[in-house]
Ligand binder design. Sequence first.
Ligand SMILES: *Cc1c(COP(=O)(O)O)cnc(C)c1O
Length: 486
Amino acid sequence: MRLRRVGVSTNEPLLFEIEHCLDKKGVDTEGVKIDKKYLRTDEPHIPELDEVSVVRHYTRLSQWNYGVDTGMYPLGSCTMKYNPKFNEYAARLNGFSSIHPYTPEDLMQGVLRIIYEMERYLSEIGGFERVTLIPSAGAHGEYTGLMMVRKYHLDKGNPRKKVLIPDTAHGTNPASCTLNGYEVVQVKSSSAGYLTKEELLKHIDEDVAALMVTNPNTLGIFEKEIAEIAEILHSKDALLYCDGANMNSLIGIAKPGDMGVDVLQYNLHKSFSTPHGGGGPGSGPVGVSRRLVDYLPVPLVEKIGNKYVLVYDKPKSVGQVKAFYGNFGIIVRAYSYIRAMGAEGLKKATEYAVLNSNYIRKRLSNYYHLPYETPSMHECVFTDKKQNEKGITTMDIAKRLIDYGFHPPTIYFPLVVHGAIMIEPTESESKDSLDRFIDAMIAIARESEENPDIVKNTPTLSPILRADEVKAAKELKLKYEKNRCL
Ligand SMILES: *Cc1c(COP(=O)(O)O)cnc(C)c1O
């Protein structure tokens, strides 16, 4: 076992593997005058571990966590921002958290009102006719959106065959198309990092059902030809799907509906304050233009007089995409966030998200290669090109950041950028924490010049050092090994 510099081992066995220190056999009864019939024959059910071992085990594990509550989490495309605790409080209020999905409408008017009002807020924010709050995550929203696209074309007699997707797209986009029976055609983005109408014109024909674009795209670049692109699509009766996972750079400033977008999924667990990562529940509401309103999934919440009601009778609807009314707890968090921020607050958050990303972009531009000159929105992408000269890769830089106390950014994505380092600071970081992150990145750039071996052999301070990631994925071993080298 190698000695660690900090001198404290944080590798942790499973509870079952911790040496059992309580003697289950109890008292030795040899020679004790107790009638045999009173002696037990089986082992007593007493704990195998003493309290201090259990408490230390769990406390040590809890200290291994890294999250937005412990530090900056600059994962590009993920929007790992700080979530105000007040929204947690709101979601846990008994009336919300204990509601049963079969509660009669009359007894859950407050819940229905939240769904109703949330639909209006999201419609206003995105510039859409209506919104469904039912889908469970971004990818589920994409899937639901494409179901509507399919139904729209089917109603006209032909579902069409293809969906066009730029090469900067998130991996869930082609998956959602394929699951809906569409062939995916990749479209090249320009050297400036966005899709041009010339490129679109090369691919558009009567078989194209839709274009699926993320705006700003995953390079953090705004698709500035979007309105003309929408016009071209609509002239062929093709639809424009916008992946709205990056809405946190538009909220309060620009509305996708105004740009001609027909359908967009919001990621409430990214832009609207819900902790995410680790596969927790999410929510992916979908906004639609007038073209797709009839196809929205059921139920919808309508207001009749003073009463909120669930409406299932929508003949053209794609039907139900999930049991009941969506991940309601996430909707409450987002509702609480929107109400607490107000229109001005939401706009400010967007401005800070964009400002923070551009601050990082500018301050690091002398140290890391920028593959695109176009200014960024809420995230910026660098590469390892400069560091490559000394044999240092993006992976090395990411691992070295761990030693500096930061969670690494997203790496090797988007795929169009060789050795991508994709940073999204979000609006919730202060200038001080941005500066500390930037200083760590600059220190790594300097080390890469002056002492590349240090950077190659990192991390040195984490419980698990450089794992063989391919082997780890292929031969998953979840068991603690006593003599594993730390
Ligand atoms: C996160 C993300 C998605 C998928 O959202 P999930 O909620 O993880 O399913 C889709 N597109 C983009 C651009 C994303 O960043």
